[in-house]
Ligand binder design. Structure first.
Ligand SMILES: Nc1ncnc2c1ncn2[C@@H]1O[C@H](COP(=O)(O)OP(=O)(O)OP(=O)(O)O)[C@@H](O)[C@H]1O
Length: 672
């Protein structure tokens, strides 16, 4: 559709009334944009008039500059929306390019989103019959999507839209996935039988709670806490005192959706048969209950926006923002995955190579969600979690240029040579306590100190590089699964990388954009004192992994400490975990190398054993300098291989031997 020579596009059935297909113009000048009615990660939605037809529509203006999704992805979203034809799913009427933007024309949903309605009028949630009516419509939409091989992946109150006649539709296909898009329909069907709906069904259950309470579970908690709670706690439900007003059927329906074991969740079709939905009513009921007396959408949206801005002016994150971020984390923490099974399998096996705590035996998707010890959860967060949520940036770079993957020397992103604290303050300060709940503060602090107790990472000493970095996960098993950070991607990689990525690399090119310190999946770290303006934030991708970033980037971050605790604390936590993993792996490799060298130098087995068991730097005080100078994990690995397979040893790479130097050992280990 984009750039099509024709000046008109056929609208979807029903839009023109009487079943005729109306011709919608595909030129910007044929649409008059009125007030803003919504904003997403990379798009602003306006009420608009389609001049030739005299019809009010919604136009979603997607800024190419603000999305780091490639054009194909954007087109895919628009195309998907155009092909949609179901009364409970918002379809796109047409789309076209206009300068640096893509315009997607949609039917105008005058009631706006359920989230906005709740925030404006029902802060404590809707009554049960309203919820049943809304959710039945949503389920019908989901049933249709799943039947056609689509997964919505972003089911939430904010994406349930209501039209002026009480019609309810699921909107926002920004992160939807088509199971068949690889072209191998049969394989996709076989691989995914039954699975894809699971993610949406979990989100659907959380959305039910959101509609019942006015907010999603744990929405007041910071994202990482929410994710941990999702993994650690029993699934949430309608179990509290305040939930007594809800029927048994409602509670049962929610409980069916919120089962951690994905395969045990019902399909949309099965859910629709639940008794809970017997109380669902008509569209008129929705009009009466929700829309009557409601201010116009534009005014409502403006009022909510002003409230948020007011909170921002007071340097507080608006509750709504907090909630949105947390609820996204919550839902996505358990319900999202990338849809490349092979990729997931290789990631899972990678993790098992890195982490003893995760079994590699079962690489089925569901097993990925089945870790139940806290250590495994932490490993999940640190590695699988971040890998699962990799953005397209990584994929693009990996696909485009493998040379962008850094050498092992470049892989340590926490190093002394980049020890300025400019980027972020890892040492969470007491004054930030009001920004996040005490429990999570303590938990996070505790995590940091446990790192430092090993002597490998001190929260006080360490920092992230202030240099912009691109985070590349090395998925090559041969590398042992080290998570690597490319310090400087090759010029080729830069030239071929998506524009937004390049802009992250070269901060000098665009100083209006906050320098990206590190981007890992949905999280990024920026200098704490940078004013982040959503409108100018770079590299925003319309994907769930970036949604939080966008929400965060809309905020003014007043101080690094505050930012660390209230906003990017979660991302720091993840990054620290990744760093820790990287370092632990390297440490293991070095210790292995040391062991081997000790063997060759006739060091007593008892001593060697104690060395391998003790991770503390002091245990390495009397080791051979040459053993320790190899911080290059690949070289260490090669040395190990040579020792293990002497026949294969390469005489061009002799294992260096030199004198014992305790200080050197300590020096090297302290840098790890
Ligand atoms: N057709 C529509 N009619 C009325 N309002 C709409 C329509 N489409 C979207 N909106 C409003 O605009 C907001 C943002 O739209 P949308 O979710 O499509 O953008 P996005 O960039 O995909 O956002 P997200 O961050 O939720 O992924 C919605 O939450 C909703 O309030």
């Amino acid at each position: 559709m984009v750039g099509s020579g024709s000046k008109h596009a056929a609208g979807g059935s029903g839009l023109g009334g009487g079943g005729e297909r109306r011709k919608y113009p595909i030129r910007a000048e044929d649409y008059e944009l009125y007030e803003e009615i919504g904003q997403g990660v990379s798009a602003i939605v306006y009420r608009a008039l389609c001049r030739p037809l005299g019809e009010t529509v919604a136009v979603k203006v997607l800024d190419f500059e603000r999305t780091n999704s490639n054009l194909n992805n954007i087109m895919r979203e628009a195309q998907t929306m155009i092909l949609i034809d179901h009364p409970n799913v918002v379809k796109a009427i047409c789309s076209f390019a206009n300068n640096q933007t893509l315009w997607v024309v949609m039917p105008y949903m005058a009631g706006g989103s359920c989230l906005h309605i709740m925030k404006s009028v029902y802060p404590d949630g809707f009554e049960e019959a309203v919820i049943a009516t809304l959710l039945r419509e949503v389920l019908r939409g989901l049933e249709y999507l799943h039947h056609h091989g689509h997964i919505h992946r972003d089911v939430k109150a904010g994406n349930i839209l209501v039209d002026s006649r009480g019609g309810v539709k699921l909107g926002d296909f920004g992160v939807s996935a088509c199971l068949f898009e690889s072209g191998d329909r049969q394989r996709a069907r076989n691989t995914f039988v039954g699975t894809p709906c699971w993610a949406d069904i979990w989100s659907f259950g959380i959305t039910a709670l959101e509609l019942a309470h006015g907010h999603a579970p744990f929405s007041k908690y910071p994202p990482m806490k929410v994710l941990l709670m999702t993994l650690q706690n029993a699934p949430p439900g309608l179990d509290y005192e305040r939930d007594k007003k809800f029927s048994r059927h409602f509670k049962q329906m929610v409980a069916m959706c919120l089962v951690k074991e994905p395969s045990k969740r019902p399909t949309a079709t099965k859910l629709l048969k639940q008794s809970f939905f017997k109380q669902a009513r008509s569209h008129d009921y929705i009009v009466r209950k929700l829309l009557e007396g409601l201010p116009g959408l534009g005014a409502r949206y403006q009022a909510l926006k002003e409230k948020d801005e007011h909170l921002l002016a007071q340097k507080k994150m608006p509750d709504g923002r907090k909630e949105e971020i947390s609820q996204d984390e919550y839902k996505r923490g358990i319900s999202s995955w990338n849809f490349d099974i092979d990729d997931l399998k290789s990631q899972a096996s990678l993790i098992s190579e890195c982490e003893d705590t995760i079994s590699s035996k079962d690489t089925d998707i569901s097993s990925i969600y089945d870790f139940d010890t806290s250590l495994q959860e932490q490993a999940l967060e640190g590695s699988l979690f971040s890998m699962k949520y990799d953005t397209d940036i990584e994929n693009d770079v990996m696909a485009n240029d493998k040379s962008a993957v850094s050498s092992p020397e470049q892989s340590v992103c926490l190093s002394r040579k980049h020890s300025s604290m400019e980027s972020c303050d890892l040492d969470l300060q007491e004054k930030d306590l009001d920004a996040i709940p005490t429990s999570s503060f303590q938990e996070r602090k505790c995590s940091f100190s446990s790192c430092s107790s090993d002597g490998f990472l001190s929260s006080k000493e360490s920092s992230f590089s202030s240099k912009p970095q691109i985070n590349i996960h090395n998925r090559d098993k041969g590398s042992g699964g080290v998570l690597q950070v490319a310090d400087e991607p090759s010029p080729e990689a830069i030239s071929r990388a998506p524009k937004s990525l390049v802009s992250n690399v070269d901060e000098h090119d665009d100083r209006s954009k906050p320098p990206l310190i590190q981007q890992r999946g949905r999280f990024k770290v920026t200098p704490g004192n940078v004013e982040l303006d959503k409108a100018h934030s770079p590299g925003l991708q319309k994907s769930h992994s970036m949604q939080t970033i966008s929400q965060l980037s809309a905020l003014s971050i007043p101080s690094s400490a505050e930012a660390a605790s209230s906003i990017i604390g979660g991302s720091l936590y993840i990054q620290l975990y990744n760093v820790l993993q990287t370092n632990l792996l390297q440490r293991e490799q070095i210790l292995h190398a040391m062991k081997q060298l000790y063997i060759s130098d006739s060091i007593s087995p008892v001593r060697m054993h104690s060395l391998s068991r003790s991770p503390s730097p002091s245990s390495a005080l009397s080791v051979d300098r040459s053993m320790l100078l190899s911080t290059d994990s690949a070289a260490a690995q090669q040395n190990l291989n040579q020792r293990a397979n002497p026949a294969e040893s390469d005489s061009r790479n002799p294992l260096p031997k030199s004198e014992p130097k305790a200080e050197a050992a300590q020096d090297v280990l302290s840098k790890i």
